[in-house]
Write a protein that binds this ligand. Structure first.
Ligand code: FMN
Length: 193
């Protein structure tokens, strides 16, 4: 089973989402035995923003990296995505990754019946963290609902959402939120590929 782990938090060892993506990968190992893991750290190794030059293939090194990122995405059976909330949305580095994998003709296409996702058969485990608490799809939430929509747009329908919210609220709230996320991680995560 090929697993693609994507981290985007800028908080290093203090990051809740990084801790939880690690634990999700460990849980997948326990569930499925040997896994083939590719780790994309978008803080340590961010992708350049998509530009006119990117579309024209002006920079061969950038084009090679984009091709590798697409290959890793297409090859993955399971995606483990760490998505902290930054300014009510996802980190721009994670958006830059989405801009590289959402490619017409490769991961989606437009048909006379509307758009069709082509990245079918994958499972996505989306681990969302936030300092505050935000209702799904509400005016301040452009994180989980966006990722859910985007993954479905690309053809991924098997999506597990793990949430640790209210991490900045003080008191025991952080610990409680992390424990609740761990309970969710303890349930079977992905069907065997
Ligand atoms: C640059 C930045 C922007 C943030 N913006 C928000 C926000 O809009 N809403 C919110 O609830 N928390 C916000 N936070 C808090 C983070 O979501 C929270 O610290 C979360 O734990 C980050 O995930 P991580 O621990 O994996 O880094 C922000 C944090 C940072 C560093």
């Amino acid at each position: 089973m090929k697993v693609l782990q994507i981290d985007s938090s800028i908080l290093g060892n203090q990051s809740a989402s990084r801790q939880l993506t690690r634990e999700a990968v460990e849980a997948l190992r326990r569930e499925h035995g040997a896994i083939e893991l590719t780790h994309l750290d978008l803080d340590a190794d961010p992708l350049p923003h998509l530009s006119g030059g990117s579309l024209a293939g002006a920079n061969p090194a950038e084009a090679d990296r984009a091709a590798r990122v697409m290959d890793d995405f297409l090859a993955a059976d399971v995606l483990v995505i760490g998505a902290p909330m930054y300014n009510f949305s996802i980190p721009s580095t994670l958006k830059a990754w989405i801009d590289r994998i959402a490619v017409a003709g490769k991961t989606f296409r437009y048909t006379t019946n509307g758009p069709e996702g082509l990245a079918k058969g994958k499972c996505a485990i989306v681990i969302s963290t936030s300092g505050g608490e935000h209702a799904w799809g509400g005016p301040s939430e452009h994180q989980q609902s966006y990722l859910d929509f985007m993954l479905r747009f690309l053809g991924i329908t098997d999506i597990r959402h793990i949430t640790a919210a209210g991490l900045a609220r003080g008191g025991d709230r952080r610990q409680q939120a992390l424990e609740a996320a761990r309970v969710e991680l303890a349930a079977p995560l992905a069907r065997a590929a």
